[in-house]
Structures are given as structure tokens and as C-alpha cells.
Design a binder for this molecule. Structure first.
Ligand code: MRU
Length: 352
């Protein structure tokens, strides 16, 4: 049976934050050390670390580092709090779509607001960041448990982007379901979309599966429909960056097309995400901000030396799309599964 390795994208040393540089994977395993909040903010912007839950955890450590910097400089308690607010806003401005980032920063902000003494706030912020990290792993294992229960003893699962240990504090969401299914002895084969343009599938998901000996085939995104038409795919599981009140889901660009193909071919289409990925303040997916990324991601094939489009080509590069809730068979969370999600079911789920 495959051996599940404990892959982690980050390590808090107590003094600094170590980040596995995901831009270099799978060819190099290099760690970057962040000693200040600006380093953390840039690491999120530049995709050293990515994935909705992971950027939330990392931002929480960014606030912790920032608070230690501010402690040395602040002229008064009011100044201390104002400077911390500036840092939280800086971290919030790094990426717009994944709501886990804002969820984690809100938790950190609450600690700042509740504190009366600078040193106590600094200590409490570190504890909160550690809690957010630990809770994310526990949450993912629960998602894995509920997701694996939905699967039969043999499945061929198509997945998109990277939703694994690298996209979270550890274990993963959609990939966590795959891990849990393998751990429970199910016979699982994974079809991995390469995930143009940033290739999180080809570089990161393939790497994670390979580390653990879980059988997979890497395919290009435009092959997915063909394999569905051949009847080779029995289930699709993806992650999420933000889920609106009605269940509409923002996830990596290309997810929407997969959901349409799944519907056409009668294949179950699951979204696996923690409850921190829900944004109940938004009525539908239309309100979710979609990040537009650097044209170079499309003009070049991952590295700048490998240009593939003519100079002067105009580019559109939305990083995410919206899958309408009608196309989703179920949302797998750490608290259970919301089948055929819609506003009523989601409200009921969160009221329990
Ligand atoms: O641009 P990225 O790599 O941060 O996008 C990541 C995704 O879209 C993931 O599918 C999503 O964050 C879920 S990760 C558990």
C-alpha cells in the first residue's frame, strides 16, 4: 500500500517562518526563511506559497513576525495597534480571491483588539498562528474522512490544481480525500490535470502523489473531456478558494469547464474545502473577486527563458473561475457533506 509521507509547506521555528519554495518544485526542494512580515507578504504574492488554506496560515505567522517588529519601534500602545493594523492590511492585499486569507487575518485582528499589553498581544498572536496551523491539519483529516466515505472501493479520480499538503498546512483538502481513501485501503488512481498556466497539477500534485506512491497519470487540461467520454473517470474532486452562500465556488481556472463536462457525462463532481472557505456574506459567485495574474504566466512556459507566444500578444489571465452550485454534487467539509448545495442547505448546515 502507498505510504503517506508527512509533507509540510511551512515550518515555524519560533523565530522565523520557513517556506518550501513551491516555485522551484518539483526539481528542487529549497526553503526560504522569512524573518519579517514583508518577506511573508511577498512570498504569498510571488507564489512561494499558494493554496487557499496555506496562505491563511502563512499570513497569520506574518502578523506574528510583524508584531515582534512593531514591539521594537512603537512609541505608544495606540501606535503599536495602528502599526499592526497596517501590517494586517498589507498581508490582506497580497491575493484577493481565497477567503481563508481574510478569515485567518480576522482571527489575528481579534487577538490584537482584545489585548491590553503589547507583550501579551505578541505572545497571543504566536499562539493563535500555531493554533490556526494545527487546526488546519486536523480539519483536513476530517474532510478526508468524510470524503473517503463517499468513494467506492475502486475509483479513478480526476483532480485539478494542487489541493494537497502544499496548499494547506498539511494533508490537503481534495488531495486529502484521495490520501484518506488510499489510507483506508481503497484502490485509487488519480488523473492529474496539469493546470495551465501555472502548472500546479504537473509540478505540485504530481510531486506529492509520487512522494507517496499513489498511482497517477498526468494529463493536459484539454484531455479531461476525452477521458470522461471514454468512461475512464469515475469521480472528480477539486478544492475551493471561496464558496458563496448559495454554494457557487471559486477555484482554479478550468474548474468550471470540468464541472460542465462532469454534468454532461454523469460523473459526480465534489468540492472539498474547510468551512473557513465559505464566505456567507456573498449571495452568489458573481460577487467573488477574481484575481488577474501576470501575463507572463501564459506568454512563457513557467520560466521566462521559455517564451511561447509572439511578442506583443495580448493576454487575459484570470486565476480562478466560478462553478455554479447546480454543477456540484456535494461540498465535503470537516463537519460533513452538503449534498446538492444551495442557499437553504448551506444556511441550515451552518446553523447546526
Ligand atoms: O493560485 P493558487 O495555486 O493559490 O490556487 C489554488 C487553488 O485554486 C486550489 O484549488 C485551492 O486553493 C484549494 S487548495 C486546498
Amino acid at each position: 500500500m502507498a505510504k503517506i509521507r508527512d509533507i509540510r509547506p511551512l515550518k515555524w521555528t519560533g523565530e522565523s517562518l520557513l517556506l518550501l519554495d513551491q516555485r522551484e518544485l518539483p526539481l528542487k526542494e529549497e526553503w526560504i526563511e522569512c524573518k519579517d512580515y514583508e518577506c511573508v507578504a511577498q512570498a504569498i504574492e510571488q507564489m512561494v506559497v499558494r493554496g487557499a488554506p496555506a496562505i491563511g496560515v502563512v499570513a497569520a505567522y506574518g502578523v506574528t513576525l510583524g508584531a515582534r517588529e512593531v514591539l521594537k519601534e512603537a512609541k505608544s500602545f495606540v501606535d503599536f495597534k495602528a502599526k499592526l493594523e497596517f501590517i494586517i492590511n498589507r498581508l490582506a492585499a497580497t491575493r484577493p480571491t481565497a477567503v481563508n486569507l481574510f478569515w485567518a487575518l480576522k482571527r489575528m485582528k481579534r487577538i490584537v483588539q482584545a489585548g491590553f499589553k503589547e507583550e501579551d498581544i505578541v505572545a497571543a498572536l504566536e499562539t493563535e498562528a500555531i493554533n490556526i496551523e494545527r487546526q488546519d491539519i486536523e480539519t483536513n483529516k476530517k474532510i478526508g474522512y468524510y470524503g473517503a466515505e463517499l468513494l467506492s472501493s475502486r475509483e479513478v479520480i480526476l483532480t485539478h490544481c494542487n489541493t494537497g499538503a502544499l496548499a494547506t498546512a498539511g494533508y490537503g483538502t481534495a488531495l486529502g480525500v484521495i490520501r484518506a481513501a488510499v489510507e483506508s485501503g481503497k484502490d485509487i488512481v488519480v488523473y492529474v490535470d496539469e493546470t495551465r498556466p501555472y502548472l500546479q497539477g504537473a509540478r505540485l500534485t504530481a510531486w506529492e502523489l509520487q512522494q507517496e506512491g499513489i498511482p497517477y497519470y498526468l494529463i493536459t487540461d484539454n484531455m479531461a473531456g476525452y477521458f470522461m467520454s471514454l468512461g475512464e473517470i469515475t469521480c472528480i474532486i477539486v478544492g475551493a478558494d471561496r464558496i458563496a452562500l448559495n454554494g457557487d465556488t471559486a477555484n482554479k481556472i478550468g474548474t468550471y469547464s470540468l464541472s460542465v463536462l462532469a454534468k454532461e457525462h454523469g460523473i459526480p463532481f465534489y468540492v472539498a474545502a474547510p468551512t473557513s472557505t465559505f464566505d456567507l456574506s456573498l449571495r452568489s459567485g458573481k460577487e467573488i473577486p477574481i484575481e488577474e495574474r501576470n501575463p507572463d504566466e501564459i506568454l512563457c512556459c513557467h520560466c521566462k527563458d521559455c517564451r511561447i507566444a509572439p511578442y506583443g500578444a495580448k493576454v487575459k489571465n484570470p486565476a480562478f473561475d466560478i462553478t455554479p452550485h447546480e454543477n456540484i454534487t456535494g461540498i465535503i467539509t470537516e463537519k460533513g457533506v452538503i449534498n446538492s448545495p444551495d442557499e437553504e442547505k448551506i444556511l441550515e448546515f451552518f446553523q447546526e
